[in-house]
Design a protein around this ligand. Structure first.
Ligand code: G3I
Ligand code: 9MR
Length: 573
């Protein structure tokens, strides 16, 4: 009871301290000096312009015209916009209509995303299974170790001999639950490693203050290695196939990792998991070679064995075993041609073998953005990069495929009331990660063309996540003026600390409402059906809009980190 009273008092103080905002929708962390800067405002004054004042001297530095009102279909709001990109001098500004202040402080400075991207990567340390988080590295979110996973069984147990078990330690908890999932690890690891590939020189110097920070291996690679080591244990040494996931039979309660002591299981090997595994192990083999040649060779061997198993087992699709209710990472129209293509591209880059080139030559690709269920675009990223040595016509076709999606997102941005790269089908479970991945698509187009309009549209993806949205919220815990505070994340919920673990991206708004219902663990109706951009609630109950996940934080880290380096004049390798 004492804790609860302390919690209430603290919450009252903390909540009161939060500034309610002034109405304008902006990036609550700020903007690089040369970045595109757009203010969105639900104006009712019919004013012609917005004045931007330098808060250091209250001088008006810009009078920017306000656009005619337009309705954003995904929230139903009528909004106007003002472009203040011409403010490039580092400083603190605010927007006014007449004497009425309409915006939070607006930071203009090239390093405004540095803390965010580092926190977004550091969050993976907080997700480590099998490790106690020491105060030296985890601060007040230090916790006991959970889930050693040195004795993991098969589910259903009836399908194996009574003494069957494996050791499958380490790895990241997937999200707000304590499961470890190969499919979701695939795209998450790819994204973090591609960030390293693109900004290697800079990331070699970045310390995340993790236990391995004193090693010769860059911290981002040390963090990803924690999950790669686990992934390797999920490969069956007998045939190279990869188990789909490692979880308890049912989701546990709102407890800390060390209190979740139920038996843990691996389940069937699947084609998708095995191809995803092959892809990231081939990618890792290249990246880790300068730091750990033995691991690099292990990863490559594992990748080739996995690919071989998946080619021989092309339609072994996941089926949730009776009695198990944990995550599935299986979708209704699943094919595994996308995973096969991605794995083949990564293995060809690592080995130059014809067997992989032959698969690539006989597999199509399309302008569909990347998510855990469709990784074809990760192959497009690889094929479109002339440095990877694919046939010229194939590289050109992939570049056209990349630009087709990027152009669709860019024109959507330039023509929408909110100036955002968001289309209707993006409003799904994990919508914020779709927006972040849209930003990454646009950045790849910028790298390819050097056309700043793609960079400008990518900026708007991060703006949306950090406050340029109808809810006027930064969806990243601990980063922004009005932020997600009560995510569906067991460690943040079950610890006696008011603030959620920092640097986590909440899933985001959509109309799915899979967590709405009469059961005690479900949410009351929080949606405004037909306005998917409003379908979010900052409450533990909402795993469909307010959970956190490794495949959501990885694109956040990439998007914020790449914009940080681009703001500082650094181009990807
Ligand atoms: O692909 C279809 C799309 O065509 C359709 O228009 C849209 C709207 O109906 O649905 C899309 O499929 C959705 C899919 O996510 C892809 O977005 C499914 O409806 C939706 O149920 C599915 O949700 C997944 C959810 O698990 C339930 O399976 C999320 O992507 C996935 O991130 C989430 O992952 C969970 C893990 O299982 C357990 N750990 C937590 C993690 C995050 O919540
Ligand atoms: O915590 C679980 C979350 O990680 C999943 O995304 C979600 C949907 O599968 O399920 C959550 O667990 C809930 C379970 O499904 C039903 N009982 C309440 C659990 C906590 O909300």
């Amino acid at each position: 009871m004492k804790h609860f009273l302390i919690f209430l008092v603290f919450m009252a103080i903390f909540a009161k301290a939060e500034n309610p905002g002034f109405g304008a929708r902006i990036n609550q962390l700020g903007y690089g000096q040369q970045a595109k800067k757009i203010l969105i405002y639900k104006d009712t004054t019919n004013a012609e312009s917005v004045e931007f004042r330098d808060l250091a001297n209250e001088q008006i530095v810009l009078t920017a015209p306000l656009s005619p009102a337009a309705v954003w279909e995904f929230s139903g709001e009528s909004v106007r916009k003002a472009d203040f990109s011409s403010i490039t001098k580092p400083g603190l500004y605010a927007a006014y209509i007449g004497e009425k202040r309409i915006s939070d402080n607006i930071f203009v400075q090239n390093n405004v995303y540095e803390d965010l991207f580092k926190a977004a990567i550091k969050w993976f340390y907080y997700q480590r299974a099998g490790m106690a988080l020491a105060p030296e590295f985890a601060g007040k979110w230090a916790r006991a170790a959970g889930h050693p996973d040195t004795a993991v069984y098969f589910y259903p147990e009836s399908e194996k001999p009574a003494d069957w078990k494996i050791s499958s330690p380490k790895g990241w908890y997937d999200a707000g639950d304590y499961g470890k999932y190969i499919v979701n690890s695939g795209i998450s690891v790819f994204t973090l490693l591609e960030f390293y590939e693109h900004f290697e020189t800079q990331l070699k110097k970045v310390s995340l203050n993790i236990p391995e920070s004193k090693s010769k291996t860059p911290d981002i690679l040390e963090e990803v290695r924690w999950n790669l080591d686990w992934m390797l244990t999920m490969q069956d040494p007998a045939d190279g196939g990869v188990y789909h996931k490692l979880t308890t039979a049912r989701f546990c309660g709102r407890v800390m990792p060390d209190a979740d002591i139920a038996k843990r299981y691996v389940v069937m090997k699947t084609t998708a998991a095995t191809f995803d595994f092959a892809a990231v192990m081939a990618q890792a083999a290249r990246i880790y070679k300068p730091f750990d040649a033995k691991f690099s060779q292990t990863a490559l061997n594992a990748a080739e064995r996995a690919f071989d198993w998946a080619i021989k087992n092309p339609v072994t699709l996941f089926k949730q075993p009776e009695g198990m209710n944990t995550g599935q990472y299986h979708h209704q129209d699943e094919t595994t041609l996308d995973e096969r293509l991605w794995a083949a591209t990564e293995l060809f880059i690592s080995t130059k073998k014809k067997v992989y080139a032959d698969v690539i030559d006989t597999t199509s690709f399309a302008s569909r953005g990347p998510w855990w269920g469709d990784v074809n675009f990760l192959a497009v990223y690889r094929l479109s990069d002339a440095k990877n040595g694919f046939k010229k016509d194939l590289t050109k076709a992939a570049q056209d495929t990349l630009l087709k999606l990027a152009n669709h997102l860019k024109s959507t941005t330039e023509n929408s009331a909110y100036n955002l790269p968001i289309v209707k089908e993006n409003f799904v479970w994990g919508s914020n990660s779709v927006v972040a991945n849209n930003g990454i698509v646009l950045l790849h187009a910028y790298y390819l063309t050097k056309d700043k309009s793609y960079l400008d549209a990518a900026q708007r993806a991060l703006d949306y996540i950090l406050g340029a949205n109808p809810l006027d919220i930064s969806y990243v815990t601990g980063h922004g003026n009005r932020t997600t505070k009560f995510p569906h994340h067991r460690p943040s919920d079950a610890d006696a600390i008011f603030e959620a673990v920092p640097g986590m991206l909440a899933g985001g708004a959509h109309d799915g409402g899979q967590d709405v219902g009469p059961n005690p663990w479900q949410c009351e109706e929080y949606r405004k059906l037909g306005k998917p951009a409003l379908g979010y609630i900052d409450d533990w109950c909402s795993y469909a809009s307010n959970e956190v996940a490794i495949n959501w934080n990885a694109p956040l880290a990439y998007l914020a980190g790449a914009l940080h380096y681009l703001n500082n004049g650094i181009r990807p390798k």
